[in-house]
Write a protein that binds this ligand. Structure first.
Ligand code: ZN
Length: 375
């Protein structure tokens, strides 16, 4: 049996729903320590993180990922129990099979093969593993990145094992992610009887033209790597529930998914300018859950694309689509960050799975990437 498959099954059997690690990382330490990795567990508010490094020389190539998984959803809808790894029709089923216990197993086995074959490789290899990626992500990768930064540890390349492929293994590498910024806008009016509008001020009527303008606004054109920035309203709450009351305020939640063609300050300024232009009395609270990051085509993406091509024959595409990932924290301390992993069609779903035929090639792609960068 493939060692990567066996380790994937072991990890799936540990029911590590965020922020639990359930012993996944101690299993990884058992495998990494004998290879010469210095392993350090960093705990924070119920979250378990692992920083492991073999070697002290540069360049430092880091593999990053998470041992936590999202909740299962209704158990009775699963064809086989989510924490009992089960093979059917060439697929391995279980929570975390695609996101991202196979990647973790593949990275560790790849490191083992690489270190055994090339004990005198150049540079260093690191592992940055967290149990808080699927949750609030406040005590996970960001904590480790801050600790590494504080002690002056220099990262050169980072591969995040998120499931980025779409149809077949290798078709997509993510070389960046858009940023995410939310706003909670409260437009203030004056509550009153709907029959006496002259004694009230209707905040719904007042904000409607401003919203129309925000919807129509073209924030940027995107760039070579990114689609244009998008602005979307997620919730509007206004009204007292009665048909004869003009409400006193309306609350609008919106979100920007923004690219590197715009800045946080620039977008905020433009929103305020539109609201001010319409003479609204309002309060606006911003929250930023991630800045965009981008690794232009270069040493790391070439090393990975080449590894994919050699292993699978697939010509890979660089993409920046999808939600945020822990890559956003790592990019603050590492100049080149890419994400690569198995197809993501079943992630977070009932009956999550990975095709067994992709498991060893995934491991080989990670190993070939090490060969391309550290030999
Ligand atoms: Zn994930």
């Amino acid at each position: 049996m493939s060692k990567t498959l066996a380790l994937t099954e072991e990890l799936i059997a540990l029911s590590s729903v965020t922020p639990e690690d359930k012993g996944c990382q101690s299993r990884l330490i058992e495998l990494l320590a004998p290879l010469g990795f210095v392993c350090e567990t960093i705990e924070s508010d119920g979250v378990t993180n692992l920083w492991a490094r073999k070697g002290t020389a540069q360049p430092l190539l880091v593999f990053a990922g998470h041992t936590d998984v999202v909740p299962t959803g209704p158990l009775e809808q699963w064809t086989s129990p989510p924490f009992v790894p089960t093979q059917r029709d060439g697929k391995l089923y279980g929570r975390g099979a695609a996101d991202m216990k196979t990647s973790i197993a593949a990275m560790v086995v790849a490191a083992e093969e690489f270190v055994h074959a090339h004990p005198d490789h150049k540079g260093s290899i690191g592992f940055l593993i967290t149990s808080d990626e699927e949750g609030p992500a406040t005590d996970g990768t960001v904590i480790v990145c801050n600790a590494l930064k504080a002690r002056g540890e220099q990262l050169d390349y980072c591969v995040v094992g998120e499931p980025t492929s779409s149809d077949v293994l290798g078709d997509t590498i993510k070389n960046g992610r858009r940023g995410s910024m939310s706003g909670k806008l409260t437009v203030k009016g004056i509550q009153g009887h709907i029959a006496y509008p002259q004694l009230a001020r209707n905040p719904i009527h007042q904000c409607a033209p401003a919203l129309a303008e925000l919807v129509a606004e073209k924030w940027d054109d995107g760039n070579q790597y990114y689609l244009p920035t998008s602005w979307q309203v997620s919730n509007i709450h206004g009204g007292a529930g009665a048909s004869n009351v003009i409400p006193g305020n309306v609350v609008i939640d919106f979100n920007f998914r923004f690219c590197t063609a715009s800045t946080v300050e620039g977008l905020q300024k433009r929103v305020h300018a539109i609201l001010d232009k319409h003479g609204l009395e309002y309060d606006l609270k911003w929250s930023i859950s991630g800045h965009p990051f981008l690794t232009p085509k270069g040493t790391l993406s070439d090393a990975m694309s080449d590894a994919i091509k050699s292993e699978t024959g697939v010509t890979t595409e660089l993409s920046t689509t999808g939600g945020t990932s822990d890559g956003r924290f790592i990019a603050q301390i590492c100049p080149q960050v890419v994400e690569f992993g198995p197809p993501n069609g079943s992630i977070h779903k009932i009956d999550e799975h990975i095709e067994v035929r992709f498991i060893d090639p995934l491991k080989n792609i990670y190993r070939r990437t090490m060969e391309n960068l550290l030999l």
